[in-house]
Design a protein around this ligand. Structure first.
Ligand code: PMP
Length: 441
């Protein structure tokens, strides 16, 4: 049966399908961190719907919210009308926000995906400032629609698309391991900040007057690259001094993932605009912009869309946000994440293909390298994308779903649900290190 489903889908689905290629499985059932294939095989899921499933699959809090909403007879689709479910979601969301931000914030419900909310953020700031430029970073990922793609860094995904909108100035993200200045550490981050500041102020630097700066606190698709808190504070200062709105894309980092409810809390920066999606919908599609009221210059209907108020997503989202807060899952992510990173760092001694272990909370990256290669001035070894793909396949054979990411597709990314138990964390690490050992033997 599974084979037949795969064959039919592969024959009819577009060649853009991705996960279906890396993970040729047919999920039939799922609970918590476990997915069971139609063939009866079980997998521990460290992809979690690309970081969406904060509570894992089919958490009772989520399934109950779906049942309750359906049983209540609430209309499931109402465009952007006010509903008790939307009211409740907004209440739950605002309760999670830092008060310095929440006290002056407006929420805008976007089309259902993260990329829709990024588009809305670009438009919002362009409208409010009357400027066209965008400051964005190397390694950034913000989505696949053309505006979001313009601020995304990857040339491989942009190049085939003609006529991308927005005038983007690309700036060096403080990627410690592959430091754009070849030094890494605090010094590397400092050089990045100085470069950003000088370029923006250089009248001959070719920078189109920016409507906003957009950044991720921890780059996800870019290879799980956390920005240092001091660097983030400098970006906040640089943008504030020049009255450039700061958009923080929390699509992947939000809802407890990094060990703070919102990743901006680690550094204490208060952005002008926050982009949220993935986990805030509690498994169902939902995306919002939350921004300072000063930017609320939109005319009614300036940014609309049909699916901006999915009742079920509001209900599952509210239930999920409240559950994360009530159960202390944010703190749990910080503790388990630190333990996992510590064990992975220890594994480096026996597994020289591990070039770098990094992350924040339960957003963990293991960058694989060629240990025989020539190190750069910072000590970074050449990336090993082919090996990484083999490791992903070897993990799957061992019942572990992990995805890759990073500039060179050589970083194994771990995005387990925040509900991961200590035992599951151990099993994940055992399977991953076993796969690494097997592939490099
Ligand atoms: N921003 C970030 C930081 C993301 O990680 C993603 C998705 N991986 C997006 C935006 C786009 O979200 P979506 O895939 O839902 O359009």
């Amino acid at each position: 049966e599974a084979e037949a489903i795969l064959r039919r889908q592969n024959a009819r689905e577009s060649s853009a399908r991705t996960y279906a290629r890396s993970f040729p499985i047919v999920p039939a059932r799922a609970q918590g961190m476990t997915i069971e294939g139609a063939d009866g095989r079980r997998y521990l899921d460290c992809l979690s719907g690309a970081g969406t499933l904060a509570l894992g699959h089919n958490h009772p809090v989520v399934t109950e919210a779906v049942r309750r909403t359906i049983d209540s007879g609430a209309p499931l689709h109402v465009l952007d009308l006010a509903t008790p479910q939307k009211d409740d979601f907004t209440e739950a969301l605002f309760a999670t926000l830092p008060s310095a931000f929440a006290d002056h914030a407006r929420v805008h419900f976007c089309g259902p995906a993260g990329t829709d909310a990024v588009e809305a953020a670009l438009k919002l700031t362009q409208t409010a400032t009357g400027r066209r430029g965008m400051l964005a970073f190397t390694g950034a990922y913000h989505g696949m629609t053309t505006g979001a793609l313009a601020v995304t860094g990857s040339v491989a995904v942009k190049e085939p698309v003609a006529g991308i909108a927005a005038d983007v100035t690309r700036l060096p993200y403080p990627y410690d391991y592959r430091c754009p200045f070849g030094v890494g550490g605090e010094r590397g981050a400092e050089l990045s900040a100085t470069y950003v500041e000088r370029l923006i102020d250089d009248p001959s630097g070719g920078v189109t007057p920016p409507a906003a700066m957009i950044l991720e606190v921890v780059q996800g698709e870019g290879g799980v690259v956390p920005a240092p808190d001091a660097w983030l504070r400098r970006m906040r200062r640089i943008t504030a001094e020049r009255r450039i709105p700061l958009i923080v894309d929390e699509v992947q980092t939000g809802a407890g993932r990094t060990g703070a409810f919102w990743a901006v809390e680690h550094s204490g920066i208060v952005p002008d605009v926050m982009v949220m999606s993935k986990a805030i919908g509690g498994s169902l599609p939902l995306a919002v912009l939350v921004y300072h009221e000063d930017y609320d210059d939109w005319l009614p209907g300036a940014h609309t869309g049909t699916f901006r108020g999915n009742t079920l997503a509001m209900a599952t989202g509210a239930a999920t946000l409240r559950h994360i807060a009530r159960e202390g899952l944010t703190e749990r992510a910080a503790v388990v994440g630190a333990l996992m990173m510590e064990r992975l760092s220890q594994a480096r001694a026996a597994l020289p293909v591990i070039g770098d272990v990094r992350g924040r909370g339960l957003m963990i990256g293991v960058e694989l390298v060629d240990p025989e290669g020539v190190p750069d001035s910072r000590g970074a070894l050449p990336p090993a994308p082919r090996l990484a793909a083999e490791v992903r396949a070897a993990c799957l054979e061992r019942g572990l779903i992990v995805e890759l990411g990073g500039r060179h597709d050589s970083t194994v990314r771990l995005l387990p649900p925040l509900t991961i138990t200590d035992e599951q964390a151990e099993t994940v690490l055992d399977r991953l290190t076993d796969a690494l050992a097997a592939v490099t033997a």
